[in-house]
Design a protein. Structure first.
Length: 74
C-alpha cells in the first residue's frame, strides 16, 4: 500500500498515514519505519496488520520518487 505521512509525534514515537480515497488514517509506530529521514508529507509504502486496536502500518519504507520528464515540442 502507499500513502503520505500526515502527522508525527517525535516525543511519543508514533504518527498517522493517510491514503488517497480512504477516509480513515492508519496508525504507525516509529519502530516500524525502515527508512531514515521521513517527515510529514513523505510518501511511503507499507503493509498493514489488524490488531486489537485496529489496523496499523508495518514495514514502512520511503516510496520511490517518480521522475517526470516532459518533452517540449517546438
Amino acid at each position: 500500500m502507499t500513502g503520505v505521512i500526515t502527522a508525527y509525534n517525535k516525543q511519543r514515537g508514533f504518527g498517522l498515514i493517510s491514503q488517497l480515497m480512504v477516509a480513515e488514517s492508519i496508525y504507525f509506530d516509529i519502530s516500524e519505519c525502515r527508512a531514515k529521514g521521513l517527515y510529514v508529507g513523505s510518501s511511503v509504502e507499507f503493509d498493514t496488520q489488524i490488531t486489537k486496536r485496529g489496523i496499523v502500518a508495518k514495514n514502512i519504507t520511503a516510496a520511490p520518487k517518480m521522475k517526470v520528464r516532459a518533452k517540449i515540442m517546438v
